[in-house]
Design a binder for this molecule. Structure first.
Ligand SMILES: Nc1nc2c(ncn2[C@@H]2O[C@H](COP(=O)(O)OP(=O)(O)O)[C@@H](O)[C@H]2O)c(=O)[nH]1
Ligand SMILES: [Mg+2]
Length: 463
C-alpha cells in the first residue's frame, strides 16, 4: 500500500523526545539509508555492527564534533517500523539535538511528519490501524484506567476480536458470492438458518462493543458524577470534601450555588468529573431558576448521581420520589445522608433501619464536616466502573471504531431482514460486503489516504 501523503521509500529522521532541556535527547532514523547516515554522522562502521546493539560514539557535523552519546542499531525487519532503525541518545540540549538533526538531513534523511514512524510500522504490517491508534492513546492517556485500556488495544486483543468477527462473515459472504456465480440457477450453498443465527450473534457482539463506548468515553474524559439535592443539603461541601479543596462556596444561605461547577478528580486511577449543582427548589430568582434547570440536565447526563439529604430533614418520600423520577438503566443513584454529626445515635439507627428495609436504594450516611464515611463513598463510586471494566474485555474508546461498528450493524440488520424475507441473493451479498467493508476499516485492511492522514497527523513528531 502506498499513501501520497507519506512516501515510504526514503529515510526519515526526527527528534523523539519532548522540547526543552533534559538529561538525554533521542533522535530516531528509519529507512534504507539509516545506517549509511549514521556511519557518516559517527565516523564509524555502523553497517558492520550486530543488530540490537548499543555503541558509544561521538557525533560529527562535517568532521567537527557536536556531541557524544549512544547509538542503538536495529536491523530490519525486527524493529518498530520494520525498516533499518538507528536511535541516537545524545545530551538533552535543543541546540545539540537540532545540530544532529540538521546533519542527518544534510546526509540525505527527510524530516519525518507527525506519526510517520508508526505509519511505517502500519504499512510494514508491524501494527494494524487500531493498534497504531492505540499508540497515540497510550501517550495521551491521562489516568491509569484509560492507560490500561489503551495498552490492551495496543497489544492487539481488540484487533483479534474484530478479525474473528470478520472471519465468520467472510465464510458466509464467500458462499453467497458463489451462489451469485451460479446466476439463474436457484442454489443455496449457505444454510439460511445458520447464516441468520450467525448474523444475530454478530449483531449482539457488536452491540456489546458499541455499548461499551459510553464507559470508554467516561474513562477517558472522567465519569460524570452529579451532586444534587435540596438547597443546604451540603452539596458544595461534599464537592469540596471529595476534592480536599475549598472549590465551591459553602454557606447556610439557601441558593448560594446558582451555576454548576465541574471539577476532575481521581480515585485509584479512575477519573471522575464532579458536578456541583444548584439546589433543587421552587425559586422566583430568575438566575437560580436557570441553575436549577441546568441541574436537571446534569442529572440526565450523569453516570452517577449523588443525591444529598440533610439528615435532620430525612424523609423517605423524598428518596422514593427522586428515585422514581430519575432512576434509569444508564445511571446509578447513591443517596447520601449528610450532616450525621448533628444527629444523636438513636436517630441515626432509625434512619439506618428505614433504609435497610428499602434495599434497592444505594445509600450511605456521611458527614462532610468530620469526613465521616467519605472513603467508603469513594469506594462506592469506583465499584460500578471496576465492575464494568472487569466484565468488558474490550472497552471502546475510539469514535472512529464506534462509527464503523454502528455501520457494520446497520448492514447486518439489513442482511437479517433480507434472509427473513427471502430477498434476492444480490441484496444479501451487497449488505454482507458492506458489513465486511466497515469492519475492515477498523483494523485498516481497507483505508484511504484521507483517513490515514487524519489518524496520523494527531501523533507527535518522532512517534
Ligand atoms: N454540621 C454539618 N454541617 C454541614 C455539613 N455539610 C454541610 N454543612 C453545612 O450546611 C450548610 C450548607 O452547605 P452547602 O455545602 O453550601 O450546601 P448546598 O446548598 O447543598 O451546596 C453550610 O452551612 C455547611 O457548612 C456536615 O457534614 N455537617
Ligand atoms: Mg451549593
Amino acid at each position: 500500500m502506498f499513501s501520497k501523503n507519506y512516501p515510504s521509500d526514503d529515510t526519515i529522521v526526527a527528534i523523539a523526545t519532548a522540547n526543552g532541556k533534559g538529561a538525554i535527547g533521542i533522535i530516531r532514523i528509519s529507512g534504507r539509508n539509516a545506517f549509511q547516515i549514521a556511519e557518516k554522522l559517527c565516523n564509524k562502521n555502523v553497517s558492520k555492527w550486530n543488530s540490537h546493539t548499543i555503541h558509544l560514539s561521538s557525533f560529527y557535523d562535517n568532521k567537527r564534533p557536536i556531541d557524544q552519546g549512544l547509538v542503538l542499531k536495529f536491523d530490519s525487519p525486527n524493529t518498530y517500523t520494520g525498516e533499518d532503525v538507528i536511535e541516537l541518545n545524545c545530551h538533552g540540549s535543543p541546540l545539540i539535538l537540532n545540530l544532529i538533526l540538521n546533519t542527518c538531513i544534510q546526509l540525505g534523511a527527510r524530516l519525518a511528519s507527525p506519526g510517520e514512524f508508526t505509519f511505517r510500522a502500519f504499512i510494514n504490517g508491524k501494527l494494524d490501524l487500531s493498534q497504531a491508534e492505540a499508540v497515540s492513546d497510550v501517550i495521551n492517556a491521562e489516568n491509569e484506567v484509560s492507560l490500561q485500556n489503551s495498552l490492551k488495544h495496543l497489544k492487539g486483543g481488540f484487533s483479534k476480536s474484530i478479525d474473528k468477527l470478520k472471519g465468520e462473515l467472510i465464510h458466509f459472504a464467500s458462499l453467497i458470492e458463489l451462489e451469485l456465480d451460479f446466476g439463474e440457477e436457484d442454489v443455496e450453498f449457505a444454510d439460511r438458518s445458520q447464516l441468520l443465527s450467525k448474523i444475530n450473534e454478530l449483531i449482539s457482539e457488536i452491540n456489546y462493543l458499541v455499548n461499551s463506548f459510553k464507559t470508554g468515553n467516561a474513562i477517558t474524559k472522567g465519569i460524570p458524577v452529579a451532586i444534587v439535592g435540596k438547597p443546604n443539603a451540603g452539596k458544595s461541601s461534599l464537592l469540596n470534601t471529595l476534592l480536599n479543596d475549598d472549590r465551591a462556596i459553602v454557606s447556610d444561605i439557601a441558593g448560594t450555588t446558582r451555576d454548576t461547577i465541574e471539577e476532575l478528580f481521581n480515585i485509584k486511577g479512575v477519573a471522575f468529573r464532579l458536578i456541583d449543582t444548584a439546589g433543587i427548589r421552587i425559586s422566583t430568582d430568575q438566575i437560580e431558576q436557570i441553575g436549577i434547570e441546568k441541574a436537571f440536565s446534569k442529572i440526565k447526563s450523569a453516570d452517577i448521581i449523588l443525591y444529598l439529604i440533610d439528615a435532620e430533614k430525612f424523609d423517605l418520600s423524598e428518596i422514593e420520589y427522586f428515585f422514581e423520577q430519575n432512576q434509569s438503566a444508564s445511571n446509578q443513584i447513591i443517596f447520601c445522608i449528610n450532616k450525621i454529626d448533628l444527629m444523636p445515635e438513636n436517630k441515626l439507627s432509625e434512619i439506618r433501619q428505614i433504609l435497610k428495609i428499602k434495599k434497592d436504594y444505594n445509600s450511605i450516611l456521611i458527614s462532610c464536616h468530620l469526613r465521616e464515611s467519605i472513603e467508603q463513598l469513594k469506594i462506592m463510586l469506583t465499584a460500578d466502573i471496576n465492575h464494568k471494566l472487569e466484565n468488558n474485555n474490550h472497552v471502546l474508546t475510539n469514535s472512529r471504531h464506534y462509527n464503523s461498528l454502528i455501520q457494520t450493524n446497520e448492514h447486518l440488520i439489513k442482511c437479517q431482514a433480507a434472509i427473513e424475507q427471502s430477498n434476492s441473493h444480490d441484496m444479501l451479498a451487497e449488505d454482507l460486503r458492506m458489513a465486511l467493508h466497515h469492519l475492515s476499516e477498523i483494523t485498516g485492511d481497507i483505508s484511504n489516504d484521507d483517513l490515514l492522514e487524519n489518524i496520523f497527523r494527531n501523533f507527535c513528531i518522532g512517534k
